[in-house]
Write a protein that binds this ligand. Sequence first.
Ligand code: SAM
Length: 222
Amino acid sequence: MDRIDFIASLTKGLKSVGDCGIDHGYTLISALRDYGVSYGIGIDVNKDPLEAARLNIEKAGLTDRTQLFLSDGLQEFEENVKEQPEGLIITGMGGSLITEILSYDLDLSKSFKRLILSAHNDTPKLRYFLINFGFKIIDEYLIEENGHIYEIIVANSEKIDRKYDYYDMVFGPILRVNKGDLFVKKYSLTLEQTKLALQNAKDPVQISKLKMTKAMIEEVLK
Ligand SMILES: C[S@@+](CC[C@H](N)C(=O)[O-])C[C@H]1O[C@@H](n2cnc3c(N)ncnc32)[C@H](O)[C@@H]1O
């Protein structure tokens, strides 16, 4: 299963879903066609990707089951959507941008039954935001595609029933406990890169940061 299909599979059980940063539209198309979602909302801040999504959705014969918005995050969508979707997908952007989009209206973001999130960088920042602003991380997954290992987070606004520490933010509260093959692969590689960087580092601040990263990875891989 590729990354897009895997993300789409996480919409199973939802009646409707929004995809913010829809780009090509393939995730929403798969959710509608293969995973039982009846209605989809697509959002993109740029005209060209939104037009590409429109054409792909038309080709797939799904136009009457979708509504598309040109919008920066959830702004336009919030004012004009016919019916709010049960789930929201935001994937393929940086963790800071995903955090900004969710922060725009916290009540709106918390009203989704399921958030499906995947940042291509700064995932610890995204986890920090979720944990500290009233969201609960329900599931976490890793998926490898074209040599890159992507982290995928499923969250909602259920009450958090435990405390999280710095290791949870960095490695993921669920991923670090499950410690699957991809987790070990991802952090074994990062450990090797960190050791190499340590051998070449000269700046004392950089050296102490690298030493901390090395110690944390060694601890989590134990
Ligand atoms: C790299 S693509 C990711 C596409 C798809 N979600 C995926 O995971 O493959 C990022 C998309 O997000 C859109 N985007 C970036 N910032 C956005 C924002 N603030 N609001 C809505 N869409 C945004 C971009 O125009 C682009 O189409």
